[in-house]
Design a protein around this ligand. Sequence first.
Ligand code: BTN
Length: 321
Amino acid sequence: MKEQVLEMLVKGYPDFVSGEAICRSLGVSRTAVWKHIHALRGAGYDIEAVPHAGYRLVNIPDRLYPAEITRGLQTAFLGRSVYHYDQVESTNRTARELAARGVPDGTLVVAEEQTGGRGRMGRGWFSPHGRGIWCSVILHPAVNPMDAPPLTMLAAVAVARALRRTAGVEAGIKWPNDLLVGEKKICGILTELSAEMERINYLIIGMGINVNIDRHEFPPELREIATSVQIERGRRVSRVHLLQNLLAELEYWYRIWEKEGFAPVLACWKELNVTLHRPVRVFTQRETWEGWAEDVDADGSLVLRLPGGEYKRVVSGEVSL
Ligand code: BTN
């Protein structure tokens, strides 16, 4: 009901909407309307109230509220169900709990802040309040678990394109799914899978995009290796707008992957990549390899040409350029 009051104010903007009109349209009392206005103000909406004129929306808070994300969202299923939190330990963890309980395909979990954001290789992820997009999407792809790894590269394509289109940030992809501007990381992706032998229960794609973080706000150890949209553009950008575009890109590429397989996604990944055709060092769980990044094969594995001339296929690991 609070959301319906908000949508009436948004539609009426920049004019006043009378309390009477809200009561009539929603079939509630004046007191109930007042309570909803009070709740909206508590959530950060700036609403002017003038006797005989009604209510007028003055300002929308910089929050990733479900109502803000879904208003104008251009997707059919991704982000149509949104769980928003002010603070969680990790959106991936919350997404896992929700997925285990059963939520619709494409559910989005988003938080203003993570207290224990998780990164790849057991690392953490710096996730300060209101400064980034810390989110996880829950998907139920109808494929064998063996065919899931390309989805993490698909997510990197979606983020890179959203960053380019919405924020004008020319991010490139470092294999398999880190987004860099120059040498610095602007987004990381952590995919987690729950599966049986031949069937995926659910897949969680967790994405962390550094949006409105100033250089001095990064901890010293990250200052030289991390960047943000604000640093690259010299201004703050709308997290809601960026997230809406990301969801649209993600759904677009996911549909292509479902219909046509990984090849078209990989072609776009290659256009956006900054890893291939250069010398690299690759860290896997147990070994480190140095060589020439020759190609990425049809499954998304990195093909390395070692100094002796032989080829090595790396399925998962971390590349240092
Ligand atoms: C990496 O190390 O590059 C992956 C970082 C992934 C961070 C995101 S933030 C939202 C989601 N929740 C988490 O705990 N991690 C991912």
